[in-house]
Design a protein around this ligand. Structure first.
Ligand SMILES: [Zn+2]
Length: 488
């Protein structure tokens, strides 16, 4: 046989073997048909009654406030009075602490010697402009089984459902196994210090460690990705970092009637375009991002399943493709940079001698905050720009999916949402949970709430809403979680 033919045969044999391995792995990755959804524990009237109770919290607007502005705390006092009225047994049986707008509850368990757990939420909401809303944002109106209003998801549903579960358990005479704490901050949405005040209070009172710190985060999403064969409960095990940068250009200013080609504005514009077109940050699959996709791969449609169940072969290709297909998927692979503000001169006919843009980076797990800034600095140097760090923090530590709290939460999800898949998840946004990184090695971020993609996209936008059956399921979830939790 001709030597060239032998080489060709060998190459074809290798390719055939590769195709077989890829197809076998894809076929093996297919998960069994999902189980049936649990029947609702409340009928429609009972679900509506529950939602009407919850609406009382939605009808009190609690816009997020800056730290130190105690004059903005009146709405929080009203909200807390309403919570007292809604949950009389919580008021009688749990110890309550307030630190300015922050609200903390302590539910004593049978075993104070065991590590306590912490359930979290935030009372504040982002602003709502009624113009874009179909129903008034603070009306708390129910239409076709959906409760509309700012805070229905983010994040009053967590506070309401947690306390509702406690109220029901108290009615049953239930006592938790360990101490349970609840901490509800008042300015999560403005990245304020409410959560830190709670952390400081815990430390000052000798509570230095929680077996679990559980906050808002991923939800039970209808279609976590297009074409998935079942809803997925995604549990945030970490969140990305946060950096604000000011990038300043200096140069000769002057009259705009005789412009030079190189001005402060043109250099800034060239820099922004450069960063936008040639991503200066590293992108790769870190172990937890790999775990997330490997976990979900069985539920993907065939093409995606083939790619994600064979990451050993396609990881390089996917690292390049994912940011082009989806900004959300791309954000999981590394640091992102968004230009959010800009300032030139004060007049339309004056070339500024100083101009700046503000960039917001979300450092991932391939480069920390400092390394991400250094990567951007390299580009800025090419355009003689100065870079100033205004705010900077790294990503949160990654919670191990082998940990007891993660495993327990997953077991509750499998019990209460048997029709759903479960996966760890990397949060690209921020939560109060990051403040507890030094107090717990099991920091988890999860809403036990079923959401459609559309509801998910309304979270900080117009027409934020929650289905009344999802609200009922969430209250049941917390009840189940608290009832069966056994501390170590
Ligand atoms: Zn939130």
């Amino acid at each position: 046989m001709h030597p060239g033919l032998i080489v060709l045969c060998v190459i074809l044999a290798i390719l055939a073997a590769l195709v077989i391995v890829v197809l076998v792995r894809t076929a093996r990755a297919k998960s069994p048909a999902p189980k049936k959804r649990l029947p609702p524990s409340r009928n429609k009237e009972e679900q509506e009654a529950l939602a009407r109770d919850f609406a009382r919290l939605i009808q009190i607007p609690t816009p997020s406030h800056e730290d130190g502005r105690t004059d903005d705390l009146e709405p929080f006092a009203r909200l807390q009075a309403e919570v007292d009225a809604l949950f009389p047994k919580v008021r009688e049986n749990l110890e309550k602490v307030t630190i300015e707008g922050v609200l903390i509850y302590h539910w004593r368990g049978k075993h104070p010697e065991k590590k306590p757990i912490l359930l979290m939420g935030h009372q504040d909401v982002v602003p709502a402009d009624p113009k874009g809303w179909t129903y008034p944002p603070y009306g708390g109106e129910i239409h076709d089984g959906i409760l509309y209003g700012r805070g229905t998801m983010d994040d009053k549903c967590n506070i309401f459902c947690q306390l509702r579960a406690v109220e029901d358990l108290l009615s049953q005479g239930f006592l938790p196994d360990t101490d349970v704490w609840f901490a509800y901050s008042d300015n999560e949405e403005s990245s304020g210090g409410g959560a830190q005040k709670a952390v400081d209070w815990f430390r000052a009172h000798g509570i230095t460690s929680f077996a679990l710190a559980w906050d808002e985060g991923g939800a039970v999403v209808d279609k976590a990705m297009a074409g998935m064969d079942r809803p997925y409960a995604v549990v945030g095990i970490t969140e990305k970092g946060y950096v604000d940068l000011k990038i300043t250009a200096r140069g000769a200013g002057g009259h705009s009637s005789t412009p030079k080609r190189d001005t402060t504005m043109t250099r800034l514009a060239a820099f922004v375009t450069d960063v936008n077109e040639h991503n200066p940050f590293e992108r790769k699959f870190t172990p937890h991002v790999r775990a997330m996709f490997t976990n979900m791969a069985p539920s993907f449609p065939f093409g995606l399943r083939l790619l994600f169940s064979n990451l050993w072969l396609f990881e390089g290709l996917l690292t390049k493709l994912m940011p082009k297909i989806s900004s959300q998927a791309g954000a999981l692979l590394g640091t992102t940079c968004a230009f959010t503000m800009a300032k030139g001169s004060d007049a339309a006919n004056v070339i500024p001698s100083e101009a700046y843009v503000i960039a917001n980076l979300r450092p991932g797990f391939t480069q920390n905050a400092k390394e991400s800034v250094a990567a951007l600095q390299k580009v800025a140097d090419r355009y003689q720009l100065e870079l100033t760090v205004l705010k900077s923090r790294d990503a949160s530590p990654v919670t191990s999916t082998e940990g007891t709290a993660y495993q327990y939460l997953v077991s509750c999800i499998r019990r209460r949402f048997p029709d759903c898949g479960v996966s760890p998840y990397v949060m690209t946004g921020c939560t109060d949970n990051r403040h507890y990184a030094t107090m717990s090695d099991q920091c988890l971020r999860f809403y036990p709430v079923r959401l459609t993609d559309q509801q998910l996209s309304c979270m900080h936008g117009d027409n934020e809403c929650i289905s009344i059956d999802a609200l009922s399921d969430a209250a049941d979830f917390y009840e189940d979680f608290l009832k069966n939790y056994v501390g170590a």
